[in-house]
Design a protein around this ligand. Structure first.
Ligand code: AR6
Length: 188
């Protein structure tokens, strides 16, 4: 746990669906019709209403309701949270790793901003892109932690951000990344 100027960041080992933060973030795909991993767990726990909320969002001709690197917010059905912020992280490709990092940072920033826009003061994130989308966990942790710590150091609105890590090795990597984070690491 770390207290930053405008809010606290906390890491736990657990399941994203159990979180009682105002918003939880889904590691979604562009169609927003559900999937495996976090996405499957959230849709199962939230009930069929969540898919209905997603299907109400406009889709392009390829059925995409949210572009990579962007977010869409819906109510949360049967979950304890009030909102699900569906975030589409990048599929990791080593040849385009700069683009993947940019998109991963952007999706975290947009999720934080969406939470504030919906009057949330707390939000829980999974480790977006580190499963089916194959982002190396240490690299994803550095980007995700730096984005959230920078945001909480500079922007009022959210008092609490939690990362929910599903496996001990991921928790350990996120923990050491958070311990090592310094304001000097702030990107220009
Ligand atoms: N709570 C918290 N973390 C979890 C949970 C859970 N219940 N289940 C898995 N994780 P992934 P992605 C961890 O694949 O890489 C879906 O099919 C998991 O260990 O859920 O962004 C979507 O529809 C991993 O570290 O998301 C997309 O098509 C992390 O969450 C695609 O997968 C993210 O794994 C998105 O891939």
């Amino acid at each position: 746990m770390r207290q930053l100027k405008h809010g606290t960041i906390e890491l736990i080992l657990g399941n994203i669906v159990d979180q009682d933060t105002d918003a939880i973030v889904n590691a979604a795909n562009t169609k927003l019709t559900g999937g495996g991993g976090v996405d499957g767990a959230i849709h199962r726990a939230a009930g069929p209403q969540l898919k209905e909320f997603c299907l109400q969002l406009p889709a392009d001709e390829q059925g995409r309701r949210c572009q990579t690197g962007h977010v869409q917010t819906t109510p949360a059905g049967n979950l304890k949270a009030k909102y699900v912020i569906h975030a589409v992280g990048p599929f990791y490709n080593e040849r385009y790793s700069d683009k993947a990092h940019t998109q991963l940072r952007q999706v975290h920033t947009l999720a934080l901003q969406a939470a504030i826009a919906h009057h949330c003061t707390s939000i829980a994130f999974p480790a977006i892109s580190t499963g089916a989308y194959r982002f190396p966990v240490a690299a994803a942790a550095k980007t995700a932690i730096d984005c959230v710590c920078t945001f909480l150091s500079t922007t009022p609105g959210l008092s609490f951000v939690r990362f929910v890590l599903y496996k001990q090795p991921q928790y350990d990597i996120f923990s050491s990344t958070l311990e090592e984070w310094r304001m000097d690491d702030l990107d220009p």
